[in-house]
Structure formats: structure tokens, C-alpha cells
Design a binder for this molecule. Structure first.
Ligand SMILES: Nc1nc2c(ncn2[C@@H]2O[C@H](COP(=O)(O)OP(=O)(O)OP(=O)(O)O)[C@@H](O)[C@H]2O)c(=O)[nH]1
Ligand SMILES: [Mg+2]
Length: 330
């Protein structure tokens, strides 16, 4: 059984798995349309798998923002596998490509890395960081909704006291998700807001505290200093916290996301990525570059602006989203 058949089996098994695959299929439309049309075109022009075919495939992957280093490794793996299986016809190669995309994502890690580090008995504190406009506040709202549906008691802390309207925006999301928001007045010290948030979360016996932060201050140095300070307060108040530092990256910004990840990792010790706006780009390959080149797991992806448009990242579902047209017609 080929890998694509396996994906079909997994995602068409029942209503629940089908729902997940449909979300990916819908949200990754732009990337899929661009990627699969290029791939089909390539397979029509090359009957035989040869050096030229691989060179053009490399191009297609780089245009999809997969990242040069990742593409090099992937092509290397593909060449070996094609040789091993003695594949000559380009028609047979897409199955190998889909399988290797999943493999290169996971690397040597076990596959459970996507789930959040949620504490069983104590308060879980999650710090959410990223530059302005990437989707931090929106993702917090979506995540609060998801956690609440899982039966968790969630509190939000309005740590962005800098941007006008940021506190109100988080309150709107709090209402949508049906969770409490802890806030102070605009301009107050974010670390003090987070401190209050922790106190409130403990008093109300909450399971998870989600901390919003500013994406922009007077300058970048200030922003990084402030994040470090917020993180120290969390560390001091809750042993073992923050349990996650989620960096939100906008998929439409392309390779620049990689340098943002480096900066924030130094200031706040990022533990995972939320990759937003995957629905708005044809370059969804950035998921693979982030995982492979930064060694940070993509924990969630944003596939739209609505409350249900946040998915736990699943590399197989991602690859299903890339190849859905081909998989469904088989
Ligand atoms: N299409 C799409 N839009 C998104 C997604 N996530 C967030 N957005 C939109 O991106 C815009 C910015 O989102 P915010 O949540 O305000 O971003 P932020 O990082 O909190 O921004 P600042 O508070 O200014 O730092 C909003 O219009 C969101 O609706 C997504 O997954 N898909
Ligand atoms: Mg915000």
C-alpha cells in the first residue's frame, strides 16, 4: 500500500478524522493549488526520474518556502529512496515525496511533540509572544475556546498594555470563548498584569493561564527586555512555569519568520510555534523549514480568522492538505 493510500485510510476512517482532513484541505487551498499544479506540470514534462527532474523539483519546493537547507536534505533522501525502490516513472514518485515530507518533518523525534505541556494538577502558564500583527491575540482566543471545550478552566491575562485597543480586543475574545480576562489600565506594567493574572488564576482554581503580550514597543530592545522580565515573574511565581512559550509566526512573511524565531528564542526561550494565516499563503512549505531548520515544533496552525480555525499541527494532515486532490481521486 502506498503512502497516499495510508493517508486516505487514516483520514477517511470516521467523521472525526474526516473533519480534521477537511479543515486542512480547505485552509491549505492556496498552497495546494500552487504546489500540485507545479508538480503535475513537472510530471507531465518529465516521464523519467532523472537529474533534471530533481533539479526542477528542488525549484518547486524552494518556491513553496520549504527552505533551502530542508529542500537539500529532502532531495537527498528522495534520490536514495527512488534508487532503493528502483523507481523510473515520475508518476510513481509523488508517493515517495509525500512520505518523505512527513519523515523530514519529524526527523528523529517521536511524534507526540505537538501536544501542549499541560500540567495535571497545578496551574499551567502559557506565554504567547511574537511581533505585531502576527495573530497572537486571535490565537489565544481560539486556544482558550479549544481548552475550554476540553473541560479546562482558562484565564487570559491582558499583557499587551502598549497598543491602543489591545485590552478590549482580548476581552472580546474572552467573551467569545467564555473565559475570564485579567487586565489593568493601558500603559501599566505588563509584568504586573501577568502577576495579577497568576494570582487570579490560582484563586479561581484555573487550569490554564494564557498570557497575551505586546508585539511592538518603542523599540525592539525594549520589547525583548520586557518579555524577559515577564518571563522572570512567571518563573518566580509558579515553579516550572512558563510551561510553554509559544511564538506566533505569520506564514505569509516567508523566510523572515526564521529570523524572528531566533530573536525571540534568545529573549524568551521559545518552546513551540503557532503558525498563523496558512490559509492566506501559497507558501505553506514554511512549516517544514521551521521544524527542520530551527528545530522547534509547530504546535498549532491558523487556518482562518474564526474561533474554530486553529488546528493542532499534524504533519500527515498537512501532507494530506498538500496532496488532497490527488489522494481523493485515487
Ligand atoms: N486569515 C487568517 N487571519 C488571521 C489568522 N490568525 C490571525 N489572523 C488575523 O490577523 C490579524 C492580526 O491578529 P491579532 O491577533 O490582532 O495579532 P497580534 O499578534 O495580537 O497583533 P498585535 O496585538 O498588534 O501585536 C487579525 O485581523 C486576525 O483576524 C489566521 O490563521 N488566518
Ligand atoms: Mg495582540
Amino acid at each position: 500500500m502506498g503512502f497516499m493510500d495510508k493517508l486516505k485510510d487514516r483520514f477517511k476512517k470516521n467523521k472525526e478524522t474526516e473533519e480534521v482532513s477537511e479543515k486542512y484541505k480547505e485552509g491549505m487551498k492556496k498552497t495546494r493549488n500552487s504546489f500540485s499544479s507545479k508538480l503535475n506540470d513537472l510530471m507531465a514534462r518529465y516521464r523519467k526520474v532523472d537529474e533534471d527532474f530533481f533539479e526542477e523539483l528542488e525549484e518547486v519546493l524552494i518556491t513553496a518556502d520549504v527552505g533551502v537547507m530542508t529542500v537539500m536534505d529532502l532531495i537527498e533522501e528522495l534520490k536514495m529512496e527512488v534508487k532503493r525502490q528502483n523507481i523510473k516513472d515520475t508518476k510513481e514518485v509523488k508517493d515517495v515525496i509525500s512520505e518523505k515530507l512527513v519523515e523530514i518533518y519529524y526527523g528523529d523525534d517521536d511524534e507526540q511533540i505537538e501536544s501542549l505541556n499541560i500540567q495535571e494538577k497545578e496551574l499551567t502558564v502559557i506565554l504567547v509572544v511574537g511581533v505585531n500583527g502576527v495573530g497572537k491575540t486571535t490565537s489565544i482566543g481560539k486556544l482558550a475556546h479549544q481548552l475550554k471545550q476540553q473541560g479546562k478552566k482558562v484565564v487570559l491575562a491582558a499583557g499587551d498594555t502598549f497598543r491602543a485597543g489591545a485590552i478590549e480586543q482580548l476581552e472580546v475574545w474572552g467573551e467569545r470563548a467564555g473565559v475570564d480576562v485579567v487586565k489593568q489600565s493601558p500603559g501599566s506594567d505588563p509584568a504586573a498584569v501577568i502577576f495579577d493574572g497568576i494570582k487570579a488564576a490560582k484563586t479561581r482554581d484555573a487550569d490554564v493561564l494564557l498570557c497575551d503580550t505586546a508585539g511592538r514597543l518603542q523599540n525592539k530592545v525594549n520589547l525583548m527586555n520586557e518579555l524577559s522580565k515577564v518571563k522572570r515573574v512567571i518563573e518566580r511565581e509558579v515553579p516550572g512555569a512558563p510551561h510553554e512559550v509559544l511564538l506566533v509566526l505569520d506564514a505569509t512573511t516567508g523566510q523572515n519568520a526564521l529570523s524572528q524565531a531566533k530573536t525571540f528564542s534568545e529573549a524568551a526561550g521559545v518552546t513551540g510555534i503557532v503558525l498563523t494565516k496558512l490559509d492566506g499563503t501559497a507558501k505553506g512549505g514554511i512549516v517544514l523549514a521551521i521544524r527542520h531548520e530551527l528545530n522547534l515544533p509547530v504546535k498549532f496552525i491558523g487556518l482562518g480568522e474564526q474561533i474554530n480555525d486553529l488546528q493542532v499541527f499534524d504533519a500527515e494532515a498537512f501532507v494530506y492538505g498538500l496532496f488532497a486532490d490527488m489522494i481523493d481521486e485515487e
